[in-house]
Design a protein around this ligand. Structure first.
Ligand code: ADP
Ligand code: MG
Length: 694
């Protein structure tokens, strides 16, 4: 029993761990001996067998043995020690740029060496650059490793060798424990049905995969020991998210009446809702009747009509006498929402709150927000500033949530905590995420998805065009304008500098204005003041501007249905999600719309894949799947909020298939064995409490 406690002791109990090393280890999330056991290799190297030079795989490092046939120091671009090493299968040229006298002496012709490194096909011969190299005595060859070599995530000043020795010590301590009983947290039936080893076995094998298992460990990640740990880690996350949800259900929120069939709002909107919109509205209405705080993510592709769903939700709370706040990421979008909501809600005040209000306007807005009357507040992040005090806040709506950081959403959420009631939350995003990722990352949220688009839209045709064919593109602009539609020309971020981008947008504008004499060209960019931005935007909406040159400020939310041609310059530099968002600015009216992606050659392989993907489909969900394959889930969720993506061993791109079972298991454990569920959470997440989505 005493021994069981040993692994929960601080690492300083281990040999050779003093203050300095303790700090370094803490940086890696390791403070107890147990944490070393759960510090898993990032990858493995295989030194368990000698490969022939000619058959060594050039994508991974391999071990070879041979005789030095020649050795010389040459002066190419830099001083280089060159060895020609050969075995029965062939030769390899070995280069060292850093070497000392004694190495130069011992690596001489006729000596046998063992090398570990990557073999590449060079221009003239196979090459190895700076491999590990040791001389060997053919009579008395050193033994090979018995297991794969683990390469751990580490930190400056802590070598692999040292970290490995520490983990080895921890493993020895744990060997004496009956980990299989004490610490085994996965239900036995589950392990048996999936063929997963017990904890002790899994830990041992993960740190030292036996010879012969390299395929499972290095390429397919399918060894049962790995799978067991991946499963458990996903489970820990799932449990903690589900627990958050249970916690939320302990609070009370405004309990609303049923959704009315025939509201004034419905009449004012002027179109009937799509099936997807109707479903989302009734899911929201159900939540609002429950009396516990809603936390719902509304996802729907660009142009699917999320705004009107938000308005319906708002109307339910307004009817009950509460306030509703809507936060959007850009002033452009706030203005647009303000216009839309002012037209839709005539019985309550729609209050604008942005950074550009004068002090007096701001004070006035604040006093209205503090009074008891129901109203709708629309603004940028100004809506959650300290001095803004809400009375009777019933619903918080966050538009384009992926544009906000966790902190910003939490700050707004705080505004909705009064003594008795918590506000409902509706979070909207046009960046759909793949289902498995949603299950893993957003298990504490309910999700509504709008899959259809309003009627009468035809998909945007997308063409990928090299920069050299710019002339054609300009002709397209003329004919689009002659047809009475409008055009966007987007100059995306080129430099990391706003200033330089603005300059390039200005230049493009004057170039285009010069070439298209009869067309009215406008320019909008992030460095313009808000009043000018608004003026330009209004002129575009009214049709006084035919061609709008813009930086990516127009990316989110902007809705001008008469625009039917979108041109994106330097499209090769943009990510899939961003391209999709930008393209979503057209195809909003009845006219057939097009998107032309201009690129500069040569294209990187990644960029080419992205452009192919965006051309192949206009379905946001397919694009999201593709995006996850290309970039990984961390990027997709946005690194700031991707606590979930920082797994120790799981990887949502590769392990999505497990999620469904993980979800069920979490559900069962929480219900039937809450103490075990808690332990699993502590094992995996103790060091990152509070780092989560909403
Ligand atoms: P997003 O989901 O990208 O936020 P919006 O809410 O801005 O989409 O809606 C896009 C456009 O579609 C708007 O002009 C809106 O008025 C229109 N729209 C939304 N729903 C419908 C519908 N059911 N029928 C017709 N037009 C609709
Ligand atoms: Mg929108």
């Amino acid at each position: 029993m005493k021994d069981n406690i040993a692994i929960y002791e601080p690492v300083t109990r281990l040999h050779g761990v003093g203050k300095v090393l303790e700090n370094k280890l803490r940086g890696l999330g390791i403070s107890r001996i147990k944490d070393l056991l759960f510090h898993f290799p990032r990858r493995y190297e295989n030194r368990t067998k000698i490969n022939l030079i000619n058959s060594a795989n050039d994508s991974t490092a391999s071990l070879i043995e041979g005789e030095i046939k020649s050795s010389s120091v040459v002066f190419a671009r830099r001083r280089t020690l060159m060895l020609r090493v050969s075995d029965v299968s062939g030769d390899v040229m070995v280069r060292f740029f850093y070497f000392n006298k004694s190495q130069q002496k011992s690596f001489r012709k006729g000596v046998k060496v063992r090398l570990f490194g990557q073999i590449r096909q060079g221009r003239y011969a196979k090459e190895m650059i700076h491999p590990e190299c040791r001389t060997i005595d053919p009579e008395n060859r050193p033994p090979l490793e018995k297991t794969l070599t683990s390469i751990y995530p580490t930190t400056e000043g802590l070598s692999q060798a040292r970290l490995r020795r520490l983990i080895q010590q921890a493993l020895l301590i744990s060997e004496n424990l009956d980990l299989s009983h004490e610490e085994e947290l996965l239900p036995k039936e589950l392990r048996q049905s999936l063929g997963l080893p017990n904890l002790r076995e899994a830990i041992r094998v993960i740190h030292h995969p036996p010879k012969g298992t390299e395929l499972f460990f290095t390429s397919t990640r399918s060894h049962p020991a790995q799978k067991r740990m991946i499963f458990e880690e996903l489970l820990a996350h799932q449990i903690s998210l589900k627990e958050k949800r249970l916690d939320r259900n302990k609070h009370t929120a405004p309990k609303c009446g049923e959704l009315k069939k025939d509201t004034a709002l419905k009449n004012r909107i002027g179109f009937s809702l799509t099936k997807g919109q109707n479903n989302a509205v009734s899911e929201i209405a159900n939540d609002l009747q429950s009396g516990v705080p809603m936390l719902r993510l509304l996802q729907g592709d660009v142009g699917s009509g999320k705004t009107v769903v938000a308005a319906m939700a708002a109307s339910i709370l307004i009817e009950e006498g509460y306030k509703v706040v809507i936060m959007a990421p850009t002033e452009l979008l706030v203005d647009q929402h303000h216009k839309t909501f002012s037209a839709w809600f005539t019985d309550v005040e729609v209050i604008l709150l942005t950074g550009r209000l004068s002090e007096r306007e701001r004070d006035l807005a604040k006093s209205k927000i503090a009074n008891k009357c129901p109203s709708i507040v629309i603004g940028t992040h100004a809506v959650f500033q300290k001095d803004v005090v809400y009375t009777n806040l019933g619903l918080i709506i966050v538009d384009e949530q992926h544009r906000f950081g966790v902190g910003q959403r939490l700050a707004l959420n705080q505004k909705g905590n009064s003594r008795e009631l918590k506000a409902h939350q509706l979070i909207m995003t046009a960046t759909p995420i793949p289902r498995t990722l949603a299950m893993a990352a957003y298990a504490d949220l309910d999700i509504s998805t709008i899959k259809d688009l309003p009627p009468g839209r035809s998909p945007v045709t997308t063409a990928v065009i090299p920069e050299e064919r710019r002339k054609e593109v300009i002709t397209r602009i003329s004919s689009a304008v002659n047809d009475g539609t409008q055009v966007y020309w987007v100059c995306p971020l080129i430099e990391e500098s706003d200033k330089i981008d603005t300059e390039s947008a200005i230049k493009t504008t004057s170039l285009l204005a010069g070439e298209l004499k009869s067309i009215k060209v406008g320019l909008i960019h992030g460095r313009m003041n808000e009043i000018d931005k608004e003026k330009i935007m209004n002129n575009f909406i009214n049709g006084r501007i035919n061609l709008l040159v813009a930086t990516t400020v127009i990316e989110v939310g902007v809705d001008v249905p008469n625009a039917s041609l979108m041109i994106i310059e330097n499209a090769e530099r943009l990510g899939l999600a961003q391209l999709h968002q930008l393209r979503g600015r057209v195809g909003r009216g009845e006219k057939q719309s097009s998107c032309l992606l201009l690129y500069k050659t040569p294209l990187s392989e990644m960029a080419e894949k992205r452009l192919q993907a965006i051309r192949a489909t206009s379905n946001g969900f397919e694009i999201a799947e593709r995006d996850m394959e290309l970039r990984g889930p961390g990027e997709l969720l946005g690194t700031r909020q991707a606590g979930i993506a920082q797994f120790k061993i799981a990887d949502l791109t590769l392990d999505g298939a497990l999620i469904e079972l993980v979800e069920k298991t979490a559900e069962t454990l929480l219900l039937e064995q809450p103490a075990v569920a808690k332990k699993i959470q502590e094992r995996w997440l103790a060091d990152r409490r509070g780092y989560r989505y909403v």
